[in-house]
Design a protein. Structure first.
Lengths: 491, 833
């Protein structure tokens, strides 16, 4: 029945290997299969579990990157709601004095498409900083001192100016719900070097999560092992990390030992079933996580100077300070992907400045400026900045014109906005791309979210066009079926 | 890379010394270079260059798949200088002196060495080698050969394999399995022991563990007849529907919210879930089940249930704030094309949305002809609840209910009128006394009582005020308790009897319509285009979906019965005979037992599409009753157990696990049907919502203890235990569950609130069985493992209880609670043999 000219299954998607795994596992058992199957070192991942005896096939076991990696970890500082680029890092001197003037400009936001609007002049002054002479607004007195370490991407574009879909795009590369997030792809491609901590961590704004909630850190069609673990900056860091109230660690250890005895006996007659062994080992790993994760989030060992640097001592900055400091501690301990949300919930609880631009951005900038600057400085002085890629930005930017007849509120803008990156071997002190003189749209070297994603994967040593996941008859990629190249200037 | 390089050079040198004939020398060199080209250069070019410089369209105008084209070069001029290779643009590009190719990363030194040799020795070439390496798989043609593909052939009941002289079993299923085992020199595993078999079949058919009584009864006399009795009993149990409906809900991307920013609940969607459970319990013929879901609304004399069934179309994600409204309609249609073609036909027609299918003989035109069946649909809504009601909700009340409701509404209105009159009469007595500010405030319902109260003993008596207060209370109640609205179904509706004209959309873009198309079936299946009956003037739909459904259920449709028979097999054995249950195309797996699959498909149709009959056929086979124990020699020969020499162990699904915990703890509430339940979710998890806790109000403890199929499935807030144990992915059809093992699962089942609460209940249940540790452990293990525990297992538990109370000074109650928690964490509890 097989026709001669059928596409060779091996050549298209490494299906034979996949089938092998399906068949041996009786289903997909969570063993990651990257597109680079020939180099995935399947056998070397049969590590031994914490108890030193039980072999454990861990889907998150570290895998060597496909090429030399410049970064080992990513810290994605997500400015949820969409910060205004022309009020922060995208200097538009010609807008000075144009406040309230009506101009022709194409915009598209939650208020629909418009062809003209009333200019809202940037509300903050800009000054030049660093050796590179970067213009930065007065919103960021601390971050402005780091510009020589930062690469600005001024010509970002996205497919949607609506929060729900734009968030999904920034996190998963698609405006349609159901795909794995960037952090899932990174862990799928590289595994994690510290088995006692999750490989993909999300920290949320105490005011609430972003809209669409867990969809923003979901592993989509990949197994749940690749989704993010939400880490809280207060109380129990990870859900269910501590034994229930009243159960001491030693009692728990005793229970685990007895459980293990039962499981070992059960396994005797099923010795060939590696899933049973893996499950035995998973309890030992969980036990070790309980021990190690609290240490990772315990800031007691940080010096007073470090705490001050981040702004841990001031009410305004203390939350983001804690999260940034935790982010540093996590990447130090080998966590691959940390995402910190500044802003949550709805309205002015995040950067979504529809009403009063000044109040909104003053508040969110003040909360984040010092902690983020401290993170860059702290990473740098510890020699970690070179191997950590820090990414800053929202799901889109904001329009140059007013949303309403009165007031300074700006609607969403996905035609052009600014993000920045630092570390991971990036030169710093550079800016790529430009928007027009109003900041309404990217005009030189327009960049799409998928280029950002491709660059991040590339920096992590992953070929963005080679990392694939077979699902629903297709080899899926974070950067889409047509692929995307990393931003050339950053290679 | 350098080794072959040197040896080939030496070879060339040797040739030079040996013959000293320039022609021969040239020929030898050329052959060596060509070999080198084939062996080293072609794979390198294919890997690093052809993606941009080898396809239909090439970047920068440079094509590297043809020698002349290389010499001609692209937009930047000739790419190779044959005289001085180091002046070649190509060389400069790959050495990153200019252009920097490939942009994704510089070639390795080894790779550069290959190119250096190739460029410096005259650009050897072998077109056939290049063609073989550079050909992207072209879309397979729809031709006679394609039509011969196994799954596109009509199902023909195959002949039964001959029986051996001492047959294993006469059951046709066993004969097919045995034939392949024998041919491979393998033998089937012995029968599973009775306790294992009972546990297997209970989970398989109901998703619940057998009770200790059921185990005792069966183990007392485990005959084949008793086994058959259990099958009949379980197939008749309503829990059968609750288990098997879950498989179907996975397939049809069942969830109860819309995803995206608001992720709002889908009104009345639970009726669809109930419909599916009932359909399985009533053993609705599968062809009828298909008709009702795809086109229940278009069936003559349709019933309320048939309308509910069309909720099938409304289960997907809904973007209520699309970037591009026109495109979004086609996203919705795409959801239906993909789900329908994968679920009912095992075809991935969705892959042909932007271009001809790369792997299957499905041209892009086929996609849009299939999409045309759905081109009349209303979207789920536009934005807001009123639009959802307009497009997706319809009354399903009977005339009787309608009449009753009218009576109730009239009675309610009358009562409201009376109360209002009494109130206004009393208010008249005091109103004139109000100050202007009071008159203003009196508009506010919450202030009325206190304003009137001030007049007590003046314009009105104390008794009158009491009356007023009572009437106001009554008024409030009447407002709150209106006669219940009529039952509604979440269902499909269309724009009218004239659907939209469907076009082929270039690259899937709604703004780039190409040729018009009419509804039609995939060309490779060779059916005539449907004739869709003329609709009446007043018809509310086009009748297209009914035409599609009627084609899907045709007995000569080669896919429908095969795909469903495979799913039935899949859920009994853990995997299908075709491993890719939603893909029976070229890129799907071939069946491990093609004849068996066809026999099952033929039986399904011959049995009037009834599933329970097919279940029983399978469950009575010896193949199903085999032990899962290993035979190393067999495993060495067939490690994947493709030939079915033993039964496959499996982990419980997320729902089975949660239901088992509740059941074993003695806490499971077996209430069936109705609106969904909301289990308690930890604050830590709710914190991920933009408004923590929104659309999630925990049900009463009793309701929370219901089976997992009744849990409200909110796309952005999956119950953690379900998510951790690989519940279905909700945004697309989910034909196959993962079964991962991760430490976070252990944290959930050791430390999580749900498990610990259930362990406490379990301990209470156990305590009722006896006071002695021995009895308690014995019972807890019985209950948890559904088999009589062995002595050493009981002793181990007793020792633990003793240690916990003596060494760790825990109370006997607490110690037992922890032991119960341990039982719920055992491998044997979570895995089935």
């Amino acid at each position: 029945m097989n026709r001669e000219k059928l596409p060779s299954t091996q050549s298209f998607c490494g299906r034979t290997r996949r089938e092998f795994l399906w068949q041996t596992g009786g289903g997909f058992t969570g063993t990651a299969l990257a597109g680079m199957l020939e180099t995935d070192g399947f056998l070397t991942r049969q590590a031994t579990a914490a108890d030193g005896k039980t072999p454990f096939v861990n889907p998150l076991a570290p895998r060597p990157p496909q090429r030399v990696a410049q970064a080992k970890s990513v810290i994605f500082l997500f400015m949820y709601g969409g910060p205004s680029h022309i009020d922060t890092f995208d200097y538009k001197p010609t807008m000075k004095g144009m406040d309230n003037k009506t101009v022709s400009v194409k915009t598209f936001g939650r208020g629909g498409r418009r062809n003209q609007g009333r200019i809202v002049e940037p509300r903050w002054n800009f000054q030049q900083y660093g050796d590179c002479g970067k213009w930065v607004s007065d919103l960021f007195p601390h971050l402005s001192t780091c510009v020589d370490d930062i690469t600005f991407l001024h010509s970002m574009t996205a497919d949607s100016p609506i929060h729900g879909s734009a968030m999904l795009m920034m996190n998963s590369g698609k405006i349609i719900s159901g795909s794995p997030c960037l952090g899932s792809w990174v862990n799928y491609g590289l595994g994690t070097v510290n088995q006692n901590l999750p490989g993909f961590v999300v920290m949320l704004d105490p005011r609430g999560g972003p809209i669409s909630g867990a969809k923003n850190w979901s592993s989509g069609y990949m197994p749940a092992v690749y989704q993010a673990t939400v880490m809280r900056s207060k109380g129990n860091a990870i859900l269910n990390l501590a034994p229930p109230q009243g159960m001491s660690i030693s009692v728990q250890r005793k229970l685990l030992d007895t459980l293990r005895e039962y499981n070992v006996k059960h396994r005797l007659q099923r010795i060939e079933n590696s899933n049973l062994a893996a499950r035995i080992a998973s309890y030992e790993l969980a036990y070790k996580m309980q021990e190690h994760a609290p240490e990772a989030v315990d800031l007691a060992s940080e010096t007073a100077e470090t705490r001050r640097l981040y702004g841990l001592d001031q009410p305004k900055t203390s939350i983001v300070a804690r999260q940034c400091l935790l982010a540093r501690r996590l990447v130090e301990r080998g966590v691959r992907f940390v995402q910190v949300y500044s802003g949550g919930n709805h309205g002015d609880s995040n950067w979504d400045a529809h009403a009063d631009l000044k109040t909104n951005h003053d508040m969110h900038a003040a909360e984040t400026d010092q902690p983020i600057a401290a993170l860059l400085k702290d990473l740098k002085r510890r020699g970690l900045l070179d191997e950590t890629l820090v990414v800053w930005g929202g799901e889109f930017g904001r329009q140059p014109t007013a949303e309403y007849a009165r007031g300074t509120g700006r609607d969403h803008n996905s035609y052009g906005f600014t993000m920045w990156m630092a570390g991971g071997g990036l030169p710093g002190g550079t800016s790529i791309g430009e928007t027009d003189e109003l900041g309404s749209a990217a005009i030189t070297e327009p960049l799409h979210v998928k280029h950002l994603h491709a660059t991040i994967l590339h920096k992590m040593g992953i070929d963005p066009n080679g990392l694939t996941y077979f699902y629903a008859g297709l080899d899926h990629k974070l950067v889409g079926v047509e692929g995307a190249e990393p931003i050339t200037q950053l290679l | 890379m350098t080794a072959p390089f040197h040896s080939l050079r030496l070879l060339a040198l040797f040739a030079l010394l040996a013959c000293c004939d320039t022609t021969q020398l040239a020929a030898a060199t050329q052959a060596a270079e060509q070999a080198f080209f084939r062996k080293e250069v072609v794979p390198l070019l294919a890997k690093r260059c052809f993606k941009c410089h080898g396809g239909k369209q090439v970047k920068g105008g440079l094509r590297l798949t043809n020698r002349a084209a290389i010499l001609k070069g692209g937009e930047s001029g000739p790419s190779v200088n044959l005289e001085h290779f180091q002046e070649s643009l190509l060389w400069n590009a790959v050495t990153y002196q200019e252009l920097e190719m490939p942009p994704a990363g510089k070639l390795t030194a080894g790779e550069l060495a290959i190119l250096r040799r190739w460029l410096s020795t005259g650009l050897a070439w072998d077109q056939s080698a290049v063609d073989a390496a550079s050909v992207q798989p072209d879309s397979p043609p729809v031709d006679a050969l394609a039509r011969q593909f196994w799954s596109f052939q009509p199902v023909q009941r195959p002949a039964l394999p001959k029986l051996a002289s001492t047959p294993w079993s006469e059951n046709p299923i066993d004969r097919y399995v045995m034939a392949r085992l024998t041919a491979a020199g393998l033998t089937p595993a012995p029968p599973a022991d009775p306790a294992t078999l009972l546990r297997r079949i209970h989970y398989d058919l109901t998703g619940l563990p057998p009770s200790p009584e059921q185990v005792e009864r069966f183990l007392a006399a485990p005959s084949p007849k008793a086994y058959e009795g259990v099958i009949d009993e379980l197939l008749a149990s309503e829990h059968y529907g609750e288990r098997w409906a879950r498989h179907w809900l996975d397939l049809v991307r069942y969830a109860e919210s819309n995803s995206y920013e608001r992720d709002g609940p889908k009104p009345n969607v639970w009726r669809f879930r109930d419909y599916v459970i009932r359909a399985f319990n009533q053993d609705m013929p599968y062809d009828q089940f298909i008709l009702e879901q795809l086109a229940g609304d278009e069936l003559p004399g349709r019933t309320a249930d048939q309308l509910i069934a069309t909720g099938y179309h409304r289960l997907g994600i809904w973007q209520d704030e699309p970037v591009d409204r026109k495109q979004e309609l086609y996203e919705d249609i795409d959801d239906l094309v993909r789900t329908t073609s994968e679920v009912f036909l095992g075809l991935r027609i969705g892959c042909a949305r932007c271009h001809d299918h790369k792997l299957d003989p499905i041209p892009q035109r086929d996609y849009y002809r299939f999409a045309a069946f759905f081109s009349g649909i209303n979207r789920y809504g536009i934005r807001g609840a009123d639009t959802v009601a307009r497009f997706s909700l319809r009354d399903i009340a009977s005339d009787e209910q309608r009449k009753q409701q009218q009576v109730a509404i009239a009675a309610h209105a009358k009562e409201v009128q009376q109360v209002n009159r009494q109130i206004s009469d009393l208010e008249k007595l005091v109103y004139d006394d109000f100050s202007p500010v009071e008159k203003e405030n009196f508009r506010d319902e919450s202030l009325k009582l206190q304003i009137v109260k001030k007049r007590t003993g003046k314009q009105i008596t104390k008794a009158q005020f009491q009356q007023y207060s009572d009437y106001k209370e009554q008024q409030k109640k009447l407002k709150r308790f209106k006669p219940p609205a009529l039952d509604q179904a979440l269902c499909i509706t269309e724009i009218g009897n004239q659907p939209r004209q469907m076009h082929v959309l270039m690259r899937g873009n709604a703004h780039a319509p190409g040729d018009t198309v009419e509804p039609g079936f995939p060309e490779v299946l060779s059916f005539d285009d449907p004739t869709i009956p003329e609709t009446t003037k007043n018809a509310k739909t086009s009748g297209r979906r009914l035409a599609l459904a009627r084609w899907i259920i045709r007995k000569d449709n080669p896919l429908t019965a095969r795909v469903m028979a495979n799913r039935i097999w899949q859920h009994h054995f853990g995997r299908g005979l075709v491993r890719s249950p939603n893909d029976f195309g070229y890129s799907g797996s071939r069946p491990t037992h093609p004849q068996l699959l066809d026999w099952l498909a033929a039986e399904l149709v011959a049995g009037k599409w009834r599933l329970k009959r097919l279940h029983k056929l399978i469950l009575l086979s010896r193949t199903y009753q085999m032990s899962s124990r290993d035979t190393p020699a067999h495993r060495a020969q067939d490690p994947g157990n493709n030939l079915l020499w033993r039964f496959e162990m499996r982990r419980l699904s997320a729902e089975e696990l949660r239901d088992s915990i509740l059941s074993v703890a003695g806490n499971l509430n077996l209430k069936k049907y109705g609106p969904s339940i909301f289990p308690l979710i930890d604050q830590e998890v709710l914190a991920g919502q933009s408004v923590p806790g929104s659309h999630w109000r925990p049900s009463t403890a009793k309701e929370q203890a219901r089976r997992s199929i009744y849990i409200h499935t909110k796309r952005s807030l999956i119950v953690p235990l379900i998510a951790a144990f690989d519940g279905a992915e909700t945004d697309n059809s989910c034909p196959l569950r993962f079964a991962t093992t991760q430490p976070t699962q252990a944290l959930e089942t050791l430390n999580g609130q749900f498990l610990n609460r259930q362990a406490a209940t379990f301990a209470n249940t156990v305590r009722k069985q006896g006071k002695q540790a021995q009895e308690q452990v014995q019972f807890a293990l019985w209950r948890g493992l559904q088999r009589p525990p062995q002595l050493d297992e009981v002793q181990r538990g007793v020792r633990l209880l003793q240690t916990l109370s003596k060494q760790y000074e825990l109370s006997a109650d607490k110690a037992l609670e922890y032991f119960c928690l341990l039982v719920l964490n055992m491998n044997e509890f979570v895995y089935l043999d």
